[in-house]
Ligand binder design. Structure first.
Ligand code: COA
Length: 182
């Protein structure tokens, strides 16, 4: 789905939250590689992002634009792409269609400035408009900034997958499952 763009002031800087467009595909590939390299808390190792093509990114954008109950929202600060957040149904079947699954990531330079909270609030507002009954996400243990933000929006821990992540250095981290009723 496509949302109406929103504008905010962040300490004198202009933040725009808007639906992703086809033209964003070019920037989203380097974005993915960069954010995955900045933190251990995302899905992929940065070199794994090189396998993705801009056609696949365009497909990802089009999927979220065309699907009625999914959305990909881009954050721009003073006209620069700084991250995105998205949701989709938690699974493909009718039995999963009442649950929204969320993802969110900003460039490290732009974290801790209240932008994630604005983006996450808009994601939840859109999820509510879509009629979902619950929202859920996975977060890697130790990602306290994200966990605190999710808790502040009423999310609670509902489960844990021990050692869900194995890193190249041989260490592991759990995935924490968090959810909230809408
Ligand atoms: C997680 C993320 C989206 C949060 O966005 P953000 O812009 O950094 O967060 P905000 O500045 O809006 O702060 C939101 C809340 O996070 C928590 N928070 C912020 N900075 C924090 C810090 N240094 N330590 C602990 N909690 C922190 C607070 O609860 C804060 O709310 P408050 O200001 O009312 O106290 C962002 O940090 C990010 O993209 N991180 C890298 C990728 C990632 O980890 N994605 C999540 C994967 S599950």
């Amino acid at each position: 789905m496509i949302i109406e763009p929103r504008k905010y002031d962040i300490d004198g800087h202009s933040l725009i939250l808007r639906s992703a467009e086809k033209k964003d595909a070019e920037i989203m590939l380097p974005y993915l590689k960069r954010v995955c390299g900045e933190t251990r808390f995302l899905l992929r190792e940065p070199d794994e992002c090189s396998d993705l093509t801009s056609e696949q990114e365009e497909g990802f954008i089009a999927y979220h634009a065309e699907k009625e109950r999914a959305c990909l929202i881009v954050a721009e600060l003073d006209g620069e792409y700084i991250g995105n957040a998205s949701f989709d149904t938690a699974g493909p079947s009718r039995r999963n269609a009442h649950r929204a699954d969320i993802g969110i990531a900003l460039y490290l330079d732009y974290t801790g400035r209240g932008i994630g909270k604005k983006l996450f609030a808009l994601i939840l507002e859109t999820i509510e408009k879509c009629g979902f009954e619950s929202a859920e996400l996975r977060v890697v243990e130790g990602n306290d900034r994200a966990i605190n933000m999710y808790k502040s929006f009423g999310f609670t821990e509902t489960g844990r997958i021990p050692n869900a992540n194995k890193y190249d250095d041989g260490t592991y981290a759990d995935d924490i499952l968090m959810s909230r009723r809408i």
